[in-house]
Design a protein around this ligand. Structure first.
Ligand code: C2E
Ligand code: MG
Ligand code: MG
Ligand code: MG
Length: 289
């Protein structure tokens, strides 16, 4: 009975499903050709020190211009690239391009001296990932200290012992590791202490609700305290307003990134809106939640 039912379900005409499958198929095909066709590029978004607005680094963000559809958001194509394994060659291209850019920026005033690159779990699980990183650093002349890899909490959770070993090998080379979107996953605090990471990135969803939700502000404050007590740097993502920046600075957050400081832009257009820390005046703090 269940079988018959399943068969009926499969045979049922569902145009919306067919369309979704078809679109996915076409997008995968296009994604497969995209690198050859030079449809990828990287944008860079400034990362600043909150205390004085000094430029510290930049996050490399992948951009894809589809030949007919135009720009497609990474939120749409990265999951597809992960599912199909295409993230491995694409991710390699991202690393090469970002490291080459970081090498060119070294020693140039007003340019980021560190570049952060997002890496997917699937990439990190390649047995030769560390060798690939070594090779790319060598070929591009990018100092290991100028590269930060952004990984997600889910990676650390899936195979904590494996992650500790892998991130340890990267850290021992001087490559920095950041946990991206921190607070949205389920990091085990006991593992966090043992993870060879240098930075926690507070997810944008917390920053955007700082002023409207006291609970969110409490979580953000807790992440900052947690990072500091573990001796980690803490960066807030998605900072859009002076009020958010002031709040984060006051709570002791080290670094920030967001539209307030600069939107992601091509390397050649890289510029930073400098927002110096305002002089602290007693009793005149902006009050958020
Ligand atoms: P993410 O790593 O958390 O990157 C931050 C995202 O927030 C970026 O979106 C950035 O453009 C956006 N953003 C930055 N500041 C602000 C702000 O002030 N307000 C708002 N509303 N948004 C802001 P984007 O570029 O669309 O990338 C989305 C996600 O795609 C990234 O999230 C990352 O997880 C993934 N991704 C991007 N490039 C790569 C890549 O090269 N490799 C991999 N594996 N994933 C990537
Ligand atoms: Mg990121
Ligand atoms: Mg992030
Ligand atoms: Mg994010």
């Amino acid at each position: 009975r269940a079988k018959a039912h399943a068969r009926n379900t499969v045979q049922a005409y569902r145009p919306e499903l067919t369309l979704a499958v078809q679109q996915r198929f076409e997008l995968t095909h296009a994604l497969r050709l995209a690198n050859e066709a030079a449809q990828f590029r990287l944008d860079y978004q400034p990362q600043v020190r909150l205390s004085d607005g000094a430029l510290i680094g930049a996050e490399a963000l992948l951009r894809w211009r589809h030949p007919t559809r135009g720009p497609i958001s990474p939120a749409e194509f990265i999951p597809l690239a992960e599912d199909t394994g295409l993230i491995v060659p694409i991710g390699r291209w991202v690393l090469e391009t970002a490291c080459a850019q970081a090498a060119r920026w070294q020693g140039q005033p007003g340019k980021p001296q560190q570049v952060a690159v997002n890496v997917s779990a699937r990439q990190l699980r390649q047995p030769d990932f560390v060798e690939t990183v070594d090779q790319i650093l060598h070929e591009t002349g990018c100092p290991p200290q100028a590269l930060e890899l952004e990984v997600t909490e889910s990676l650390l959770l899936e195979d904590a012992e494996g992650a500790i070993e892998l991130l340890g090998r990267l850290s021992s080379r001087g490559v920095r590791v950041a946990i991206d979107d921190f607070g949205t996953g389920y990091s085990s605090l006991s593992y966090l202490k043992r993870m060879p990471v240098q930075t926690l990135k507070i997810d944008r969803s917390f920053v955007s609700e700082l002023s409207s939700d006291a609970n969110v502000a409490a979580i953000a404050r807790t992440v900052i305290v947690l990072a500091r007590s573990l001796g980690l740097d803490v960066l807030a993502e998605g900072v859009e307003t002076a009020e958010q920046a002031a709040w984060l600075r006051r709570e002791g957050c080290d670094w920030a990134q967001g539209w307030y400081y600069g939107r992601p832009a091509p390397a050649e257009d890289f510029s930073l809106i400098v927002h110096e820390a305002p002089p602290q005046r007693a009793g005149k703090h902006l009050q958020l939640a």
